[in-house]
Design a protein around this ligand. Structure first.
Ligand code: SAM
Length: 274
């Protein structure tokens, strides 16, 4: 269940002798077998094609926009995130890195389906706070389109069309700066139950986001990092954070790696246990 380790390391709760195997030594680790198998767009699963469901219809339309590939969560990864929110029942959720709002859709739709009151107080309400610079999106690997302006307006329009905007507050700007500014109000509202961190993937960037939210993360709450297998996703910050969390947050976190398909960029799930 554990992925690549950059060095032999203790697990978040164990000793060096417990270090998990690197993922290339694991008997089961989903990965592409050849470049030819690399998808070029996200396929929206037919079983989710439900014209009677407003948010699924809007999400299907969003996935059809080539801007969402490959930086947005795949439908399969989104389903995992949606299922986590449905089951873990967090009330205050932080999303760092909303991009074009695919992951925001998967989270906010779970709040809707859980029957919560949009932005209401606990115990009946739930709130998704989204942090992103909403800056220009340029062409890149596997993405031949760009969005140089208007991303925040695009995201607002998409979430409105999905019927989910009432659950969401957008916070434009540098994520760790904005999060730190908001910490007192998050604490007053009962703290954070779930933080999805998918923004700046450098180690300083992901650590700044983690450190910004960690002081107001409730015990029993979760942090979910995206892009945790560097040799699959080409980012190494989230992996390094997972591998070193025991050094700066001794014993406070349990950590587990989750696999993703068809591209196993990886998710790392941390639960705050004290
Ligand atoms: C990989 S994308 C997120 C994908 C999104 N979670 C999804 O699944 O649809 C990363 C996003 O983080 C944003 N970002 C990167 N560094 C940031 C920072 N320091 N502050 C705010 N946003 C940042 C980028 O502009 C981009 O929108």
């Amino acid at each position: 269940m554990f992925g690549l380790k950059t060095k032999p390391a203790a697990s978040a709760t164990g000793t060096a002798g417990d270090a998990p195997l690197p993922h290339h030594q694991l008997g089961h680790f989903p990965r592409l077998l050849s470049e030819a198998d690399h998808p070029t767009k996200w396929e929206f699963p037919g079983y989710l094609d439900n014209p009677n469901c407003q948010w699924l219809s809007a999400l299907k339309e969003l996935y059809a926009n080539p801007i969402t590939f490959p930086a947005s969560l795949s439908p399969e990864a989104g389903l995992m995130l949606h299922g986590l929110i449905r089951n873990l029942q967090p009330r205050m959720i932080i999303e760092v890195g909303s991009f074009c709002s695919v992951s925001s859709h998967w989270i906010a739709s779970a709040l809707l389906e859980n029957g919560y009151e949009p932005k209401g107080p606990r115990p009946t309400g739930a709130h998704l706070q989204c942090f992103d610079d909403f800056g220009p999106v340029h062409k890149g690997p596997w993405r031949d389109v760009e969005m140089l302006t208007g991303r925040k307006e695009f995201v607002t329009e998409r979430l409105t069309k999905a019927g989910l905007i009432d659950f969401v507050t957008l916070h434009p700007g540098d994520s760790s700066t904005r999060l730190t500014e908001m910490r007192d109000s998050l604490a007053r509202d009962g703290g954070v139950d779930f933080a999805f961190i998918d923004g700046d993937h450098t180690l300083p960037g992901v650590k700044a986001d983690f450190n910004a939210v960690e002081p107001v993360l409730n015990t029993g709450g979760f942090v979910l990092l995206h892009d945790t297998f560097p040799d699959q996703c080409s980012h190494d910050g989230p992996r390094q954070l997972l591998d070193t969390v025991h050094e700066f947050a001794q014993g406070r976190y349990e950590v587990i790696d989750l696999y993703l398909s068809p591209l196993n960029y990886g998710l790392g799930l941390m639960r705050r246990v004290r």
